[in-house]
Design a protein around this ligand. Sequence first.
Ligand code: MG
Length: 102
Amino acid sequence: MTSMSAAGAERLIKLAEEASELVQACMKVLHHGYDGKYDNGETNIAAIEREIGDVRAIIMMMVEGQDVNVENISAHEQVKRIRVLKFTYFQPGSELKLKTDQ
Ligand SMILES: [Mg+2]
């Protein structure tokens, strides 16, 4: 097993922190809509964009720090883009269909 450096552990902490902030921003949109605003005037959709950027920044730091392999990430991304269609209703190509006979 490869030992974890302090820098790698710190990046994992930041990834978990930023991922949780993204979840929080998603929940805010689901609760109050895209146009709802934070106390500082930022819209909920702007907050999601900011948090996606934060997560992506940490991911790129992990790639640069060789914690993770970008080719492996890209391969998983391609698999997910196909697999997610099995579990969604409203995306182009979604396989799930709503029941309309109730
Ligand atoms: Mg953040």
